[in-house]
Write a protein that binds this ligand. Sequence first.
Ligand SMILES: [Zn+2]
Ligand SMILES: [Zn+2]
Length: 229
Amino acid sequence: MARMNLMGWALLLALAGAAVSEAKPVKYAGPHPRTGQPDGGLCHIQAVHVHAASPVHAPVLYRQHGDVYFFIGDPTPFGYDGPRHSYYGHHPVVINVVLGEDSREDDVAYCYHDGPHSHYYPPPPRHDFEEQEDVYYYTDEYPEAYTRDRPRLVQVNIIYRPWHYARPVVTRPPPRGYHGPVVQVNVNVPAVGIEVNVNPAPVHYHEHDRPRHMKHKHKHKHKKFKDRD
Ligand SMILES: [Zn+2]
Ligand SMILES: [Zn+2]
């Protein structure tokens, strides 16, 4: 009987340990959605702080800044009504500048919101933006890291699609220097068409340099290594 009790205690302690590790506080900096849904509202704390809850859609709507989660999306659907800056399309965000940190190296992330949207922070210094109709357009080249992460991070637009909220109004085409996607998303007028211009030029393959998976779909994927042996 005593042995059973001991085993029972061991089990209880193990369970308690698991519960404690699950409830580990999560660090946040800057305003972020409370629940991930618009009616959950926004937490407005700017300084680093903790919550018990993990961020919702963390891999898409947040960036890891050290061990801190930084919300990079448009706060408007969550009821944000403070000062705002309007942007069009994809652009860099320098997280340490937004958080007012005095760091030697910039932590540059990219926002992948298509079309007009808002942030609570102005464009970062030392990056090229052009202002048109009170809307900022990023006018420099996008680096490789931007392109590498794009397939995953453009999903922000899928997450935001069901939410109805005010977007900045643009009536003119983007300035020449803007190389990001052009998407017709003005919610105040019926959309006449959608143009997505992510790659500046279409990619043409010749038969000899066409990627292997496009030429021989069913070939064994390790074949090319065998050929070299
Ligand atoms: Zn918070
Ligand atoms: Zn943005």
